[in-house]
Design a protein around this ligand. Structure first.
Ligand code: NAD
Ligand code: DAU
Length: 360
C-alpha cells in the first residue's frame, strides 16, 4: 500500500479537485496536502472554504506549465505523491479555442512529469532513488476511447479514438504519462472516468448549467435531438475511487471509473426539470417549457459507458449512491448556495451567459 505523506494535488480549486482536496485534508490529518492551481475561470477558492484554515493544507497559485514554479513547490514541500487533475476540461470550449487545451493538458502534464522525475530520481544522499515511496497519479477521462454505438462498454484496453480537441489533448497526456513509466520506470498510475456531477461544478457543464438556467427561467439548449448518452457518477464517489487507486493501484496500471448509470440527455433533463419544479414550488411541467432543441455540438460523441469491473474486483470500489438521490442532493446544494453561483458567474461569465441564454 502506498502511503502519501506530502501530497501535491493539481487543479484542486476546480470541481473534482476541490472534492479530492477536501477528502484528503479532512479525513487524513497525517497527510500534508498542497493544492497547486492557476485559478483559471474554472478554479475558485470559494470551493475550498471547508479546508482553508486546516493546518495540513497549503494553497499555491501556480501554472503547471511553469517548470521552475513546479520544481520549487516539489522541493519546498518535499512532495512524494502527485494527484494530477489540473486541465482545461470543457469540450465546447475546446471546440471554440483548442490551443489552450493542447498547451495546458499536454505541455502542462509533460512539465509536471519532467519536474517530478528530476526531483525524485535521487535520494537525500544524492544516490539513485529507484523512485522508492514516490507516485504520480494522472486523472483522465473516458472520452479518450471515443464514441460507442448502442452496445458495448469501454474497458481499460479499448483502443484510443479521441474525437474532440479536449479528448485528444487528454489522450496525448495519458500516452505521455505511460511513456515515462515504460522509458524511465517512473511510478505512475492512471484512471479514466465518466461524467461527474455534484456540488461545486462550474455552471457550463450540462447539469449545473441547466439547474442555473431553470433557477433564472432561461432556455435549456439541448444539443441535437438529446439522444446522446452519458454515464453519470457522483463526484464524491470519484474522489473515493481516486484515493483507493492512489493507495492501492498497481504501478503502471490504468483503472476505469464509472457509475453504471447511463442516461440519454433528454431523459436526464426531464428528470431534472421534474425535481426543480418540485423544489421551486413551480407548476408541474413548467421547467420543461424552457427546453429548446438547438444545433448539435460539432463532432458530438454519441455514447459513453464504462466497465469499472477491474476497479471493483481488484480494489473493492463501488459507487455509493443512486443517481436520483445524487441529482436531488445536487439540486439542493445549488439552491442553497446562490452566493457561490453568484460569485463564480460574475464578471466576464455573466456577460457571456446573458448573451447566450437570454435574461430572465
Ligand atoms: P475543472 O475545469 O472544474 O477544474 C480544472 C482546474 O484546473 C481549475 O481549478 C483550474 O484553475 C485548474 N487549471 C487549469 N489550467 C491550469 C494550469 N495551467 N495550471 C494550474 N492549474 C490549472 O475540471 P474538473 O471537471 O474538475 O476535471 C478535473 C480533471 O478530471 C481534469 O483533468 C479532467 O480531464 C478530468 N475528468 C473530468 C471529468 C468530469 O466529468 N468533469 C470526468 C473525468 C475526468
Ligand atoms: O466523460 C467525461 C467527460 O464528461 C469529462 O472528461 C469532461 O471534462 C466533462 O466536461 C464531460 O464532458 P461532456 O461533454 O460529456 O459533458 P457536458 O456536461 O459538456 O455535456 C454532457 C452532454 O450534454 C453532452 O452530450 C452534451 C450535452 N449538452 C451539454 C451542454 C453544456 C447539451 O445538450 N447542452 C448543453 O448546453
Amino acid at each position: 500500500m502506498h502511503k502519501p505523506r506530502n501530497l501535491l494535488i493539481t487543479g484542486g480549486a476546480g470541481f473534482i479537485g476541490s472534492h479530492v482536496v477536501q477528502r484528503w485534508v479532512l479525513q487524513h490529518p497525517e497527510v500534508q496536502v498542497v493544492n497547486l492551481d492557476a485559478l483559471t475561470y474554472a478554479g475558485n477558492l470559494a470551493n475550498l472554504k471547508a479546508v482553508e484554515d486546516a493546518s495540513n493544507y497549503t494553497f499555491v497559485r501556480a501554472d503547471i506549465r511553469d517548470g521552475e514554479a513546479v520544481a520549487a513547490v516539489l522541493r519546498q514541500h518535499n512532495i512524494d505523491t502527485v494527484i494530477h487533475l489540473a486541465a482545461e476540461s470543457h469540450v465546447d470550449r475546446s471546440i471554440d479555442g483548442p490551443m489552450e487545451f493542447l498547451d495546458t493538458n499536454i505541455m502542462g502534464t509533460a512539465t509536471l512529469l519532467h519536474a517530478c522525475r528530476e526531483f525524485w530520481s535521487v535520494d537525500g544522499n544524492g544516490a539513485a532513488s529507484g523512485f522508492k515511496g514516490k507516485r504520480f497519479y494522472h486523472v483522465s477521462t473516458d472520452e479518450v476511447y471515443g464514441s460507442l454505438g448502442a452496445d458495448g462498454l469501454f474497458v481499460e484496453d479499448t483502443p484510443y479514438d479521441p474525437r474532440s480537441p479536449y479528448s485528444a489533448s487528454k489522450a496525448a497526456s495519458d500516452h505521455i504519462v505511460r511513456s515515462w513509466h515504460h522509458t524511465y520506470g517512473f511510478p505512475v498510475v492512471l484512471s479514466n472516468c465518466s461524467n461527474n456531477y455534484g456540488a461545486f461544478q462550474f455552471p457550463e457543464k450540462l447539469i449545473p448549467l441547466f439547474i442555473h438556467n431553470i433557477m433564472e427561467e432561461c432556455n435549456l439548449p439541448v444539443y441535437g435531438k438529446g439522444v446522446n448518452v452519458r454515464d453519470w457518477l457522483w463526484v464524491e464517489d470519484h474522489a473515493a475511487a481516486i484515493e483507493v487507486i492512489c493507495r492501492e493501484g498497481q504501478l503502471g496500471e490504468t483503472y476505469n471509473i464509472g457509475g453504471e448509470n447511463e442516461w440519454r440527455n433528454i431523459d436526464l433533463i426531464r428528470e431534472l426539470c421534474r425535481i426543480m419544479d418540485g423544489k421551486l414550488g413551480r407548476e408541474k411541467g413548467s421547467s420543461e417549457q424552457l427546453i429548446r432543441f438547438v444545433e448539435d455540438r460539432a463532432g458530438h460523441d454519441m455514447r459513453y459507458a464504462i466497465d469499472a469491473s477491474k476497479l471493483s474486483s481488484e480494489l473493492g470500489w463501488r459507487p455509493s449512491i443512486k443517481f436520483e438521490e445524487g441529482l436531488e442532493r445536487t439540486v439542493d446544494w445549488y439552491l442553497a448556495n446562490g452566493d457561490w453561483l453568484e460569485e463564480v458567474t460574475s464578471g466576464a461569465y455573466r456577460d457571456f451567459y446573458e448573451r447566450q441564454y437570454g435574461s430572465r
